[in-house]
Ligand binder design. Structure first.
Ligand SMILES: [Zn+2]
Length: 289
């Protein structure tokens, strides 16, 4: 599932190709994904100039000069493919069946014209329209907490969110009202870096640890975004896929492997996997208490 850094790099890739361009053509290839496409979407897109992009949690907002923003969620399996219009379809083989939205820009003096396809076999993704002036009132965005990379997410705000809560700190961090856009992988990695067990009750995280945790969250996300930027030219992979990249996790998916902070057995048995609320948590019980 695309996590926040992947969504950020997909957004940056779209920005590099589409910002300032006019959408010459837009095609919607089925009535719905997770939810129905909004009525008139293709007409709203066609002929509109893309003015800017924004990411909010794991949503991409593409602003149009007509005053609307296109709200895109990649869901579980959504991908954006891009290529020069002259190359023909961006998707091929079975992907073509799952290309639900296609956008094209016109060629210009400094640009061959781009075709972007939104591919999503499982269709948990979605596309909606929202007035740009009211983006944050959209039902999917209205209840979101602070952006983890913004200054508005601080030890003070996190500590207010954790205060008095008996729920495990991991669940509190996955609660999008406390901090927006954090998924399972980055919560595991941040808790490891901060030395806090995913099972610790939220209220029992000290002020000093909360500070460490906020720093860890910002660092793991920031490093992943930077890695995506340095490994991909303009955030485009050689096959035309926007964003996504290989990333080396320190604990996620590494059950049974040695933990880099520990001397190994018998002091540390390595990284453990437990299940919390039906989802895997990976951690080192020695350094994370
Ligand atoms: Zn360890």
């Amino acid at each position: 599932m695309p996590e926040l850094p992947e969504v950020e790099t997909v957004m940056r890739g779209l920005r590099a190709r589409l910002e300032g361009r006019v959408l010459a053509r837009a095609r919607i290839n089925r009535p719905d994904m997770r939810w129905p496409f909004p009525p008139g979407l293709a007409q709203t897109l066609t002929g509109a100039r893309v003015t800017s992009f924004r990411r909010r949690a794991k949503y991409i907002l593409m602003r149009l000069d007509g005053g609307d923003s296109v709200l895109i969620h990649l869901g579980m399996s959504g991908r954006m493919l891009i290529g020069p219009v002259s190359n023909g379809p961006v998707s091929n083989g079975p992907d073509m069946l799952h290309e639900h939205m296609t956008l094209e820009t016109s060629p210009s003096a400094d640009d061959p014209g781009w075709r972007v396809g939104f591919i999503d076999p499982r269709r948990f993704g979605s596309v909606d329209l929202v007035p740009t002036a009211g983006e944050d009132s959209h039902r999917l965005l209205a209840d979101l907490g602070p952006e983890p990379l913004d200054a508005g997410f601080s030890a003070a705000t996190l500590s207010a969110a954790l205060d008095g809560r008996r729920t495990p700190v991991k669940a509190a961090l996955l609660d999008q009202r406390n901090v927006a856009g954090l998924g399972n992988i980055y919560v595991c990695e941040a808790l490891f870096r901060a030395g806090i067990s995913p099972e610790r009750p939220a209220h029992a995280v000290s002020a000093a640890e909360t500070k460490k945790l906020v720093k860890a969250i910002k660092a793991v996300l920031g490093e992943a975004i930077a890695a995506g930027g340095s490994s991909l030219r303009d955030y485009v992979q050689p096959d035309g896929e926007l964003g996504y990249f290989q990333h080396a996790w320190k604990v996620y998916g590494r059950a049974g492997e040695p933990c880099e902070n520990c001397p190994g057995p018998p002091l540390c048995a390595g990284i453990q996997r437990i299940v919390q609320s039906g989802r895997s948590s990976f951690y080192c019980p020695r350094v994370q208490q």
